[in-house]
Design a protein around this ligand. Sequence first.
Ligand SMILES: [Zn+2]
Length: 208
Amino acid sequence: MAYPEAMARLLRELEKLPGVGPRTAERLAHFLIQSGTERALPLAAALEAVVASVRPCSVCRHLADADPCAICADATRDRSRILVVEQPRDLEALERAGWRGVYHVLNGSVRADATGSMPDLEPLRRRVEQHDVTELVLGTDPDFEGDGTALAIAELVRRSRRPDLKVSRLARGMPTGSAIEYSNPAVLAEALAERRAVGRGGGAEDGA
Ligand SMILES: [Zn+2]
């Protein structure tokens, strides 16, 4: 290794980031070292602060610096309707589309690969059973993994102590395979307004 150990360590850490290979890591490391205190130290401080202060909300699992998060703590929001999303970026997109209920962030989806791994649905089940919830809206992506996740949640509700809870899914206004986080607010607002009941045995649809 031609680099000093501290540099090699930085490269190893950068390479662990998603989408960063050895060449990108090297480019980033040189950039940070050359900009010295101007860029590298504020970045280090920001990383330290985010790790120290940002935690998942104990109610909805969204990232927050308070518990419960600002959305869960907001008394003006409709707590009877929970919009379930795969990741915090989806929540941000649906927030821009004007959703006024609350959320549940899965931080994952049913994996389409051979592992078929699942996000932990237990916190969602507890929430549905313990609180005064009237509707669960499934805001998972309209792709293979999002479909699998929506099915798993519908099944979870059917086996819960609230089997008659209304479960709906965003309308198919978005192209199949698209991602919620990249959809524009108007399209998402329409998909929310025209959400469809997830049928119990293919039951009737009521998008109310
Ligand atoms: Zn929350």
